[in-house]
Design a protein around this ligand. Structure first.
Ligand code: TYC
Length: 103
């Protein structure tokens, strides 16, 4: 290779095209019927939070209408939201968890 070619060779840096997948929030919705203790129990069982944090999440949803429980990759968030919602359904409660992508 001549010096000439060496000097004029374009140096193209390729930008990686992969983007980190967005995390999804699991959101707990308030309702008027599900007992508080049941909400706390489901939060502990499905999201592996302790009693104090579970109570804090429950009371925040109770007072404000909604509370973000945690963030996960989309498939994990959707599975957990479904399982937690189904736990309420199995007892005849309208307990509801939804998911949405993080900003
Ligand atoms: N509001 C319910 C009650 O007073 C308790 C509750 C809290 C239900 C949070 C759902 O996401 C919830 N029994």
């Amino acid at each position: 290779m001549s010096d000439d070619q060496t000097l004029t060779k374009p140096r193209v840096k390729t930008k990686p095209k992969v983007e980190r997948p967005k995390l999804h929030k699991v959101i707990l919705l308030n309702d008027d019927f599900t007992p508080r203790e049941f909400v706390v129990m489901v939060l502990k069982a499905e999201f592996h939070v302790g009693e104090d944090l579970a109570h804090k999440i429950m009371i925040t949803a109770h007072r404000r209408g909604v509370c973000v429980v945690a963030v996960f990759p989309q498939d994990v968030a959707e599975t957990k939201a479904t399982r937690a919602t189904d736990a309420g359904k199995a007892k005849g409660y309208p307990l509801m968890f939804t998911t949405e992508p993080e900003e």
